[in-house]
Each structure stands twice: as C-alpha cells, then as structure tokens.
Design a protein around this ligand. Structure first.
Ligand code: FPP
Ligand code: MG
Length: 291
C-alpha cells in the first residue's frame, strides 16, 4: 500500500467532518500508533502483519487529516527503544521502513503536486545507509513544500532529541559562536529536530496505554492529549472525529495557555547566524547521505 490513498469515507462521514470543520481545526496533530502486535495476536496473524496493517492505517489516517484540513501530522513510527525488541521484529520493522520510504520517494510527483513536505525526525545515525538515503532524498526534494507537513519520528525518542539539542548548543559555546548566557528554552527549542514545526495541538495515543513513551515531551507542554481505547489498526475516522470534537469543546481554554512563540526571533543576530548554521549543517548531512 502506498502513503497516498484515495478517500474511503462514506457520505455520512464526510458530512460529519464538514460539520466539525465549522469549528476550530487543530493545525498540528501527533499520533502514537500503538497496538499493532496486540492486533496481530487478536487476529491470529504474525506480528509483521500487525505492523503492515499499522502502516495501512497510517496512510488512511493521513487522508482523513487532509479531509479535515489539518496541515501537519507527526507520527511515532519507530522509537529508539524499539531497537531492544527481538532481532526478528527489528528486522521486520526495518524491512517495512525500507519498502515504505522507497515507495514514498517514488511517489515524488504526487508529493510535489500536493505540496507535501516530508521530514523524518530522529537519530539517523542509527539507521542503515539505504534507508537513510531514501529518507534524505525525500526530505531534500520536498523541503520547500508548504501545503501539508508530515513528520515521521523514526529512531526517535524525545530525550535523545533534547540531548542532541544540548550537545549542539554546547558545541556552539565551545566554538565561540554563542555564549553560555544565550542558552535558554527558545535556543534549545530551535535546535530540536522539530525546530520548523509548531507544537502539536493534539496528541492521540491508541491502544489504551496512558503514557507518552518519550514522544515530543518538550513540544507537548500545552498539547491536548487523548488516549483512545482502540488498537491502532482498528482506529477509525470516528475516533479522530471524537478527538477533534473534544478539542473544540476545550479550545478556548487551551488557547490561552499556548505560547505563541513557536517562531520567536533570536535576540541577537549572531544567535540567528548560529541557528541558521545548525540548520545548514543538518541539510548538508542529508546531502551526504545521498550517493
Ligand atoms: C506500536 O505497536 C507500533 C510500532 C512500534 C511500529 C509503528 C509502525 C507503523 C504503524 C508502521 C509505520 C511504518 C513506517 C515506515 C512509517 P506495538 O508494536 O508496540 O504493538 P503492541 O503495543 O500491541 O505491543
Ligand atoms: Mg506498544
């Protein structure tokens, strides 16, 4: 199955989406897609089949997000912690990723036509070279697209991301590009992998687990979190509608807590230069991954 699927919504579902669209729609939704293996057990199929069904659900869910007019989605596809699973399962997930990131790049015409910007967030050093190459090619190709954004957290944990940001900033101090007094939450935020994204408005975790599992910890301070009691492959557009409906009910309460500083300007021009340099180096790293 490809990442770009046609809408399978019924007339009634489309009608309900249009009703909800009269209210505020979240700009950015994050998903912890949990429950693939339990789904496999429930259906008496191999774990690999559970993960494949999980991917199919992801493609479907991205289509629903588009129908809602949600501009940005971030999905937790592979945690660094997942490397601790059995070799067989890690190999299966890497095989799936290899196949899907290849398909994603092959869908380039469609991505460009629809203005989709793809970003993979995570520790790319932990990934095999061929997967890195397809990810890098897709990210570089779509980096200037601005209609919709898909961030795939792969080999990601939030604490690893924050550690990486701290390391980057400390290196900047060592290289005399910035001083210790320049370090604050805005600067650390600008050095996260998610530096180009606004914080998520909603985070949805499926499978009934009530944890964040090291996902977007920095970014979700004022995010509404919904725990859906359904396994990820069984997630439906009705569940998504329910989350958006709850978001709308508390919208005016949430908004006042939000910091509208997603794009706070750096205090000094040398700090901006440092941040731009960090982003430039990250792009160069991607270019190096492409043979
Ligand atoms: C969590 O379910 C799911 C994962 C660890 C993998 C998620 C991956 C996908 C949905 C496929 C996406 C793939 C790409 C390439 C984007 P679990 O394995 O923890 O299941 P459990 O909670 O029932 O044990
Ligand atoms: Mg799980």
């Amino acid at each position: 199955m490809s990442w770009v699927v046609d809408s399978s919504l019924t007339y009634c579902q489309k009608f309900c989406i249009n009703v909800l669209k009269c209210g505020p729609i979240p700009r950015h939704v994050a998903f912890i897609m949990d429950g693939n293996r339990r789904f496999a057990t429930k259906k008496h199929v191999e774990k690999a089949e559970g993960h494949t069904k999980g991917f199919d659900k992801l493609a479907e869910c991205l289509q629903w997000c588009m129908e809602f007019g949600i501009k940005e989605a971030t999905v937790y596809a592979f945690s660094i912690e997942n490397f601790k699973r059995s070799k067989e399962e890690v190999d299966t997930l890497m095989r799936l990723a290899r196949e899907k990131f290849k398909v994603l790049f092959e869908e380039k015409e469609k991505l460009m036509e629809e203005g989709v910007c793809i970003r993979v967030i995570g520790n790319m050093d932990l990934l095999p070279d061929d997967i890195k190459e397809n990810i890098a090619k897709t990210m570089l190709l779509t980096k200037n697209n601005k209609t919709v954004f898909l961030n795939v957290a792969f080999a990601y944990t939030s604490r690893d991301e924050i550690s990486n940001s701290v390391k980057t900033v400390v290196q900047g101090v060592k290289d005399n590009k910035i001083t210790i007094n320049d370090i604050n939450k805005e600067l650390l935020k600008k050095c996260l992998y998610t530096n180009l994204s606004p914080d998520p408005d909603i985070l949805i975790r499926t499978s009934g687990e009530v944890r964040l599992s090291d996902f977007l910890l920095w970014q979700s301070t004022n995010t509404q979190i919904y725990f859906a009691d359904v396994l990820w492959p069984e997630f439906t557009v009705w569940h998504l509608m329910a989350c958006i409906f709850k978001y709308q009910r508390s919208y005016y309460n949430i908004e006042k807590f939000k910091e509208y500083n997603n794009n706070v300007r750096c205090k000094n021009s040398y700090i901006s230069e440092f941040v731009e340099g960090v982003h430039r180096e990250r792009l160069e790293l991607l270019e190096n991954y492409v043979k």
